[in-house]
Design a binder for this molecule. Structure first.
Ligand code: 6PG
Length: 244
């Protein structure tokens, strides 16, 4: 599959480019009288993006036209420092005039399998669908140092990449923390996926994804290359080091 690499000199410029992409997409949807269905990830990389969006893009983005969903959530209360919703709320949502009805959080505090089922239902109700999965306009994902994306880890990737469900329960391999995650079928069904990765600790994995098809098979993130929509990697120079 075709994908595009967008490389910037540092993490801040990379985040800014993604913020600009979200701005442009939200403005287009606003003009069309539609909503941008955006699914976001947790972790430190999106935190930087959300902080920037909250500080500099807060007045530019037509928030009424953006609906927030989550790629994955840790099974904790929203106020817990581990909560992906909590992080997004603190960095961005609390600063914006985004209507509450545009926020579709995963309830990490609820019983995981019930919540996975509920969230799947919500996606089917709210989003368009094709290929037996709901369709997001834009999904923002990151990559962990073991090649995981969303909460799809190397040890459970076969199950979660091939699941017939849109949302599943997962478990972090080291901490044992339960997670709720979009499955591979849902991720790959998006109109557009943006993979946002910074830092030299991830450069070797990026090289494998881009250049080494055989080794890449063992990395959950590499299966995003089967995506049906547009795929864009936004990398800082450290993460892109060694790419030809
Ligand atoms: C999460 C994620 C996860 C994340 C990667 C990268 O909830 O942890 O959604 O898949 O995107 O682990 O995280 P960093 O940006 O912190 O490296």
């Amino acid at each position: 599959m075709q994908y595009k690499l967008h490389i910037y000199s540092d993490a801040e410029r990379t985040a800014r480019a993604v913020a600009e992409l979200i701005l442009e997409k939200a403005l287009t949807k606003e003009k069309e009288g539609k909503k941008l269905n955006l699914a976001v990830s947790g972790g430190s990389t999106p935190k930087m993006l959300f902080t920037l969006m909250g500080e500099e893009f807060e007045k530019l983005i037509p928030w009424n036209s953006v609906r927030f969903f989550w790629v994955d959530e840790r099974c904790v209360e929203p106020k817990n420092t581990e909560s992906n919703f909590g992080m997004t709320y603190d960095a961005l949502l609390q600063r914006t005039f985004i209507p509450g009805e545009n926020i579709y959080r995963i309830k990490g505090e609820d019983f995981p399998s019930d919540e996975a089922e509920r969230y799947q239902k919500v996606l089917w109700e709210v989003l368009p669908a094709k290929n037996n999965y709901p369709v997001f306009d834009l999904i923002l994902i990151g990559m962990g140092e073991d090649g995981h994306t969303a909460s799809i880890f190397p040890y459970n990737m076969n199950e979660l990449l091939n699941s017939e469900f849109s949302v599943e329960v997962s478990k972090h391999p080291e901490s044992g923390q339960k997670r709720i995650t979009l499955t591979g079928g849902t991720l790959c069904n998006a109109e557009q996926i943006v993979v946002l990765v910074n830092g030299s600790s991830k450069a070797d994995l990026i090289k494998i994804i881009v250049n080494k098809e055989n080794e890449a098979k063992f990395l959950p993130i590499a299966h995003i290359l089967n995506s049906k929509g547009t795929l864009d990697f936004y990398l800082d120079e450290d993460a892109a080091k060694g790419l030809e």
